[in-house]
Design a protein around this ligand. Structure first.
Ligand SMILES: [Zn+2]
Length: 113
């Protein structure tokens, strides 16, 4: 039910904001989803269409773009991305790296008319 809470959070942010700007209809909501956030895209889409029904966001598209996992390795100084499922520094193999981003999810932009 993690995704339902996220979807409600998105609509709770987007709809009042759109109404403030006299938007008639929300077309697209672009979101960044960190690869470590655990958000399941198909669940998001499903909950989104249910939760947006009857609102100005009804029929709009939720576009989810993955946001890469970024780390910083204190052993070799590597500062960059790693792939999901990779749990060691790609430069030196250290497991002591710090995750800088990849757990977050946020609204990047909204297209409306
Ligand atoms: Zn390293």
């Amino acid at each position: 039910m993690h995704e339902l809470a996220i979807v409600e959070g998105i609509l709770g942010t987007v709809i009042p904001e759109a109404e403030k700007h006299q938007v008639k209809k929300i077309l697209n909501i672009n979101m960044r989803i960190g690869e470590l956030s655990g958000v399941v895209e198909s669940c998001m889409q499903e909950y989104f269409s249910i939760a947006s029904a009857g609102t100005i966001a009804e029929g709009s598209k939720l576009i989810l773009k993955p946001s890469p996992i970024k780390i910083n390795c204190p052993d070799c100084g590597y500062d960059g991305t790693i792939k999901k499922g990779q749990y060691a520094c790609p430069e030196c193999g250290s497991f002591r790296f710090k995750i800088l981003s990849g757990r977050e999810y946020y609204i990047e932009s909204i297209e409306a008319e």
